[in-house]
Ligand binder design. Structure first.
Ligand SMILES: *[C@@H]1O[C@H](CO)[C@@H](O)[C@H](O)[C@H]1NC(C)=O
Ligand SMILES: *[C@@H]1O[C@H](CO)[C@@H](O)[C@H](O)[C@H]1NC(C)=O
Ligand SMILES: *[C@@H]1O[C@H](CO)[C@@H](O)[C@H](O)[C@H]1NC(C)=O
Length: 377
């Protein structure tokens, strides 16, 4: 989860599967979006701040299950390619911290494999932060046991969104360059176990009619049944985030950006982009902008396709791929699944990842993209 971004979270149920003989760990995900809280939606309508409040109102969380400690203590976490640190609520958080009290809390004193660390930490998010202290313990994902992960035990969560989340914490899947100093983040530690031939994982998310979301993360391999054509690889432009250069983006025939730095981020729901490009995209796309609110046709008529050019390869998004419906009891509003940010790079979240199958290859320092198989099962 990018620390600069606003929190937009989705639900990912992760079913634990035994390690496959092929040395791949497959983690199927069944994801369900939560209905909008109507109360929130009404205040959002009243203030007409669609552009900025979409993230919180979407209120979808993608989460999976892990355990920490010996014997295992269970948690629901977001597997987040947009960050490298892991944190869980601490059993030592104060009673006044509702977000912590309403979630599963890690109890160091109940774990035989707990190791004290002694450093404090604080992580800032778009409109809040979490803080606490570091600890070390054994993390398990399905049958994979990874000892010695340094993670944050949170004492404070300064963000209202944390109160209502289904997930308890976050497991970052980024590189150590964006993690805490002198700690080995989850992915690198995981790969040091040599459970797999390759240090890579791949993400398949799908978006089904009726607003059900699903997918899976495969550690150690690529699932050829989840995409069509070839996987198109691009080198990371910088190691830290899963970041690469996209050649250009066009809407219909009109190029709106070129040579842009993008980040693949499973922890973000939408596609975030610099604000000037966002404005251009809205215009090019044919969005109706009224009083600062941008709405588009739910049928997608008159809307343009959006093309992402990555090297030689072009990935086309039709309106069905990028239109997001926001529903209340008696209204449906449609918007493009995009948000402006005050950054120079783009963040490709779940709107992008439900259309594109992605491979995160830590050995070769590259990402792979392919057309995900269609949303039908
Ligand atoms: C960590 O934070 C606690 C309060 O939350 C403080 O009492 C303690 O001194 C801090 N420790 C370090 C090493 O900064
Ligand atoms: C936009 O603002 C104008 C003037 O305040 C108002 O008449 C109009 O109804 C507003 N449009 C929407 C969609 O709220
Ligand atoms: C929902 O419908 C009722 C009755 O038709 C109307 O009074 C109300 O303004 C509507 N709410 C919204 C958010 O459109």
């Amino acid at each position: 989860m990018l620390q600069t971004r606003l929190m937009i979270l989705s639900v990912l149920h992760l079913y634990v599967c035994p390690l496959a003989k092929s040395l791949m760990l497959r983690v199927p995900l069944e994801v369900q979006s939560k209905p909008l809280a109507s109360q929130q939606f009404h205040s959002f309508l009243a203030t007409e701040t669609l552009k900025l409040t979409l993230d919180n109102k979407m209120n979808m969380e993608y989460y999976g299950r892990i355990s920490m400690g010996t014997p295992p203590q269970l948690f629901r976490v977001i597997f987040d390619t947009g960050s490298a640190n892991t944190w869980l609520p601490s059993s030592n958080c104060p009673v006044s911290n509702a977000a912590c009290q309403l979630h599963s809390r890690y109890k160091a004193h109940k774990s035989k494999s707990y190791v004290q660390n002694g450093h404090n930490f604080s992580l800032a998010y778009g409109n809040g932060h979490v803080s606490g202290y570091l600890s070390q313990d054994t993390i398990r994902i399905a049958d994979a046991v990874v000892p010695g992960l340094t993670f944050g035990e949170t004492l404070s969560h300064y963000q209202p969104a944390f109160i209502t989340t289904t997930f308890d914490g976050i497991v970052g899947l980024g590189f150590s360059q964006i993690g805490w100093r002198n700690t080995t983040p989850f992915l690198e530690l995981f790969c040091q176990q040599h459970l797999f031939q390759q240090c890579l994982f791949s993400v398949y998310l799908r978006r089904m009619p009726g607003e059900l979301y699903g997918g899976e993360i495969t550690f150690g391999g690529i699932d050829e049944s989840r995409y069509t054509g070839d996987v198109h690889y691009v080198p990371l432009s910088r190691v830290g985030y899963w970041q690469f250069e996209m050649s250009s983006v066009s809407v219909g025939n009109r190029q709106i950006a070129k040579k842009i730095e993008v980040i693949l981020d499973t922890g973000t729901s939408l596609i975030l982009m610099p604000i000037d490009i966002f404005d251009e995209l809205q215009t090019a796309m044919g969005a109706l902008i009224e009083n600062g609110t941008s709405g588009i046709s739910c049928q997608g008529e008159n809307l343009q396709d959006i093309h992402f050019h990555i090297g030689e390869k072009k990935f086309t998004f039709t309106p069905a791929d990028y239109v997001v419906k926001l529903e209340t009891s008696n209204t449906t509003i449609c918007v493009g699944g995009f948000l402006p940010i005050y950054e120079s790079f783009w963040v490709l979240g779940d709107i992008f990842l439900t259309r594109i199958y992605t491979v995160y290859d830590a050995d070769a320092k590259r990402v792979g993209l392919a057309d995900a198989v269609s949303n039908e099962n």
